[in-house]
Design a protein around this ligand. Sequence first.
Ligand SMILES: O=C(O)CCC(=O)C(=O)O
Ligand SMILES: [Fe+2]
Length: 226
Amino acid sequence: MLTRAWNFGKFVNGVPASDLPPVFQKRVEELARFSKSGHNLCLQILQAFAIGLQIPESEDGKDWFAKRHDYDQPSGDILRFLKYPKGNEKEYGEAVRAGSHTDYGSLSLLFQHKLPGLEVQASRTHWISAPLIPGAVLVNIGDLMEFWTGGLFRSTRHRVVFLPEHTAADRYSLAMFCHANDAVPLEIVPSPFLAGRERVVAEGEEKVMTAGEHLQFRLNATYTYY
Ligand SMILES: O=C(O)CCC(=O)C(=O)O
Ligand SMILES: [Fe+2]
């Protein structure tokens, strides 16, 4: 059985964007709370970035990112539940469980449950395994942050590999992808550290896109594993 994933869009006043199967509907309040608190955690980290980037007060200062990540406005925020059924490389006939990719949003929060498997790319040929630290949340920078900083912050390339312990047990993980609001243009952040930087242009892209257009663009491009 291949990897299974369930994507939750944002919850509007606690109500999911689409009907949920009973197993999730039973715990809809908890899910809505989790999505909102994941988003809030992203906002806290983004605030630290805004302070580090010394965004001037006249440009929203430490709230620069928060103003562009309003939970109550449309955005690509996704809460994803993943199940990687037990088995090994030979049974699946594949070298990796989730191919190397970058995430589309601003920040991704990853929660590995009991079994590791995630690797992040350190260089073109070198991968580092992300150990399982109980209670820890792994934070990846996504493509929007790379656009906003003209490449100063790199979108982390990552993948999931087979480990011997995956043969005997299913691997579960959870990801919260935080996105800017659809209408936000992906221009360089007003920071003294980014003066003179040019926005990274995605392949095939013609103009400065909004976060919503960028998401559509990425979703229309070749889909990898989900
Ligand atoms: O399962 C994981 O640990 C990572 C999942 C992931 O990278 C993704 O869904 O984008
Ligand atoms: Fe990912």
